[in-house]
Write a protein that binds this ligand. Sequence first.
Ligand SMILES: Nc1nc2c([nH]c(=O)n2[C@H]2C[C@H](O)[C@@H](COP(=O)(O)OP(=O)(O)OP(=O)(O)O)O2)c(=O)[nH]1
Length: 140
Amino acid sequence: MEKNPTSLWVVAAVMRDDKGRVFLQKRPENKNLAGLWEFPGGKIDAGETPEIALARELYEELSIHVRVEDIAPITFASEILPVKIAGKAKHLILLLFDVHKWNGEVIATESLETGWFFPHEMDELKMPPADIPLVKFLQK
Ligand SMILES: Nc1nc2c([nH]c(=O)n2[C@H]2C[C@H](O)[C@@H](COP(=O)(O)OP(=O)(O)OP(=O)(O)O)O2)c(=O)[nH]1
């Protein structure tokens, strides 16, 4: 392992439907960890707060509008990313937020497939390593 891999700060959302199922999407072929199920979200850009980054990602990926005040922290994961980015090892800090309210219909623009799942159903899905403790947390 490389010494001191740079941290990669990523935000992700737990969005539930009226039955309590959580929205997940499959990562597209052109991204790392392609084909794995993930919570919607992405990298925090320079100058963004985590909440602003998440609102931006949810608009880009799902065409929905989210207000910063409707975003609340749940938990986080801290794991070595299982792939290198531009040849470099990265340590992923994945911040998971509850998004309890949004405006607009969820229309996934980038993912291969989407679905709404109860947390106990997520054990059957292939997800990135950092998501495993997050799923366990949601299953409590
Ligand atoms: N969105 C999201 N990313 C995750 C999850 N689990 C996990 O390991 N990741 C990793 C995969 C990626 O290496 C990184 C997110 O980066 P990304 O490439 O999807 O972010 P982005 O949308 O900003 O992408 P781009 O601008 O580079 O196209 O975090 C998850 O549940 N949701």
